[in-house]
Write a protein that binds this ligand. Structure first.
Ligand code: MG
Length: 490
């Protein structure tokens, strides 16, 4: 599945473009500031472009510079990365001896997102904070502060998320060092907004211990313990329908952080309300099978992430290849503090909202995928009416010479990654298969996959097995991982 592992070096491209801009248009001020992250604080003087403003030393707490000499029509642009679409509280640090100051926060299209009145604070260096709510979309974008009326100074603006259980609310400084053989620290967060308590959310890690080659599970101390057939009947085991299952699970309430050692072919199962029911063997495990009508997990809320921790770092992803159980966010932070990325469903999306939107947004052939295993999951097309014998078994007929089942599984005659991706995305007959804006624009297409991209952070999702072609997958990787944070949404 990991066909392409490298992320586009998009930041270096933006940097090069800025430098080129400055060479061609030296009269345009381009500050050499790093892209700012929202939620977070942005110094006003760290604009990327400006018109009719100047900076000066500020006497405000923290020192540094503020922006002043602001007139009607002055503006400052900021390149920002909004981590998740949200309603933010935007606080602006302003000073003015007048009560005439008025400015707008605009997006790149010029749309006014919020209007801010600057009060008379008592002087050019008498600072106050004024706050407004502003809705921002996720991703890289430009924001403009536009002065409708001048006569004020601004030092900084600070955007905080209105959702208290945000995956971004955990500061890097709060992450403990891993212990023992740990490579990184990880945390599973409760993002269910009160639907479930921390002792109703379970996680269990299964994978191969590279130190001895044995299939193992992770304990709370960060140790990999071998699994076995005997483990299903060990003290503390689970039982469902008279059958025993290994209890490899921990509750969120058991530990705030756990150390993760190197592990190969790891899976972290996330189970809500009850544990999952997985049979362990001496040489592996039998995970949930949503095609098996007798699977004990069919009426369990579960989901998972897949990952490997090895000598080259952490490599992992969320996946919608087979199903959606509940919203998950997956954040990876590196040791140097230079890598901090999150993939998964947008935090603002609720589980019930996604079920509703699925019915509203996908074409009629796909809507049953949201029904057949509801309320537990939305299933991928191959697990519904697009399987052999189903009413949509020939859905892709005529678009290529391949069978609908091979297309949806990227298997058999469609095991070539690029070909499978092109057909699922409906760009197979296009000259260029790598133009993202052309993906899923006409039928036949994998609209199940399209849906998860539409509702994902930065549009990245694993909607089918080779969705990593052209870097579209919800995949994270860094060579020196420090922390992994998983948020269970609801
Ligand atoms: Mg400042």
């Amino acid at each position: 599945m990991f066909y392409e592992k490298k992320f586009k070096r998009i930041y270096s491209v933006i940097w090069a473009m800025m430098m080129l801009l400055q060479m061609l248009f030296p009269f345009v001020s381009v500050n050499a500031s790093a892209e700012a992250v929202i939620p977070g604080r942005i110094e006003a003087e760290n604009y990327s472009n400006k018109h009719d403003v100047q900076t000066e030393t500020t006497t405000d707490t923290g020192g540094g510079l503020n922006v002043g000499w602001i007139n009607a029509g002055s503006w400052m642009d900021f390149h920002v990365n909004v981590r998740n679409a949200d309603t933010f509280t935007a606080a602006f640090r302003v000073a003015s001896p007048n009560s005439t100051g008025l400015f707008q926060l605009k997006n790149a299209s010029g749309q006014v997102l919020s209007t801010i009145n600057v009060p008379n604070t008592g002087g050019w260096q008498s600072w106050q904070t004024v706050s407004v709510n502003v809705d921002l979309l996720a991703g890289n974008q430009a924001l403009r502060l536009y002065a409708s009326s001048g006569g004020f100074n601004i030092n900084w603006m600070n955007f905080t998320s209105s959702s208290s259980s945000s995956i971004y609310s955990i500061p890097a400084s709060s992450i403990p060092e891993p212990t023992g053989n740990g490579v990184l620290s990880f945390k599973v967060m409760n993002g269910t907004n009160g639907a479930y308590t921390d002792n109703q959310i379970f996680w269990g890690v299964l994978g191969i211990n590279p130190a001895n080659g044995k299939w193992s599970y992770l304990d709370l101390n960060g140790n990999l313990l071998p699994i076995s057939l005997a483990l299903n009947d060990a003290p503390g085991h689970l039982t469902k329908n008279g059958i025993n299952y290994a209890n490899i699970y921990h509750k969120l309430s058991d530990a705030p952080w756990v150390s993760m050692p190197r592990i190969t072919s790891g899976r972290m199962f996330l189970c809500v309300a009850t544990e999952c029911y997985i049979k362990t063997y001496d040489s592996g495990f039998a995970g949930p099978d949503i095609n098996n009508p007798k699977d004990p997990n069919l009426n369990v809320y579960f989901d998972f992430i897949e990952f490997t921790v090895d000598a080259t770092g952490y490599h992992g992803n969320t996946t919608r290849v087979d199903m959606f159980g509940f919203p998950i966010q997956h954040r990876l932070v590196n040791v140097e503090g230079t890598y901090d990325r999150t993939v998964g469903e947008l935090e603002v999306e609720t589980r019930s909202g996604l079920f509703t939107k699925f019915h509203q947004e996908v074409p009629a052939q796909f809507t049953s995928l949201g029904n057949i295993q509801a309320p537990y999951r939305i299933v991928a097309p191959i697990h519904g009416s697009f399987a052999a014998g189903g009413v949509n078994a020939n859905y892709f007929a005529g678009y290529s010479n391949f069978s609908t089942q091979d297309i949806l599984r990227c298997d058999g005659a469609v095991s070539n990654a690029q070909t499978c991706a092109a057909i699922n995305r409906h760009v197979y007959t296009d000259d260029n298969w790598n133009v993202v804006r052309n993906y899923y624009q006409a039928a036949p297409a994998n609209y199940y996959s399209k849906f998860w991209h539409t509702h994902a952070i930065n549009g990245l999702a694993y909607g089918f097995a080779y969705d990593d072609v052209n870097n579209q997958a919800a995949y994270l990787e860094t060579s020196k991982p420090k922390a992994l944070i998983i948020r269970v949404g609801w």
